[in-house]
Ligand binder design. Sequence first.
Ligand code: ZN
Length: 174
Amino acid sequence: MTPTILDIVVWPDKRLHQQCDTVTNFDTEFLEPLSNDMIATMDHRLGIGLAAPQIGKNIQMIVMFTEFKDEVAVNPITMINPCITSSSDELFEWDEGCLSVPGYYEFRKRPKSVVVEYNTIHGDFHTIELTDLWAFVVQHEIEHLAGYLFIDDLSPFKKSRIQKKINKTQKRNR
Ligand code: ZN
């Protein structure tokens, strides 16, 4: 089945600020096509990570790439109920952005390596260690599942600037 490119929920939509539900029923007939659609959508929008609330699904599910090959992001994985179990003291800096906050980037530091426990779409239990950019991405995506965005702690002034910029881009794309 050809995957569907899904619409991205754009900030300040309130669906981005909800705690997502834990997945307890590993219904692959639902989760597998959703996983494929999310990966295709992430790839199509040139993202390297995407969380379920960003496509309007209020569940603990993320997809992300895990490697670059010839400067192209490859090897996507899907994580259900992801949870960070340890993180390094050493930090990694990256120009953070988000498909739900188009056009806004900000340099931020996050732990350079993390261990993440998660379920596959079949309910199997996996552990993965991610470093550098990929550790950064998984932390960003897991925050989405708690209803948190990387711009949440900015000043109201900065947020209104971002909002204006987004409005302009959305108009241009219409
Ligand atoms: Zn994001």
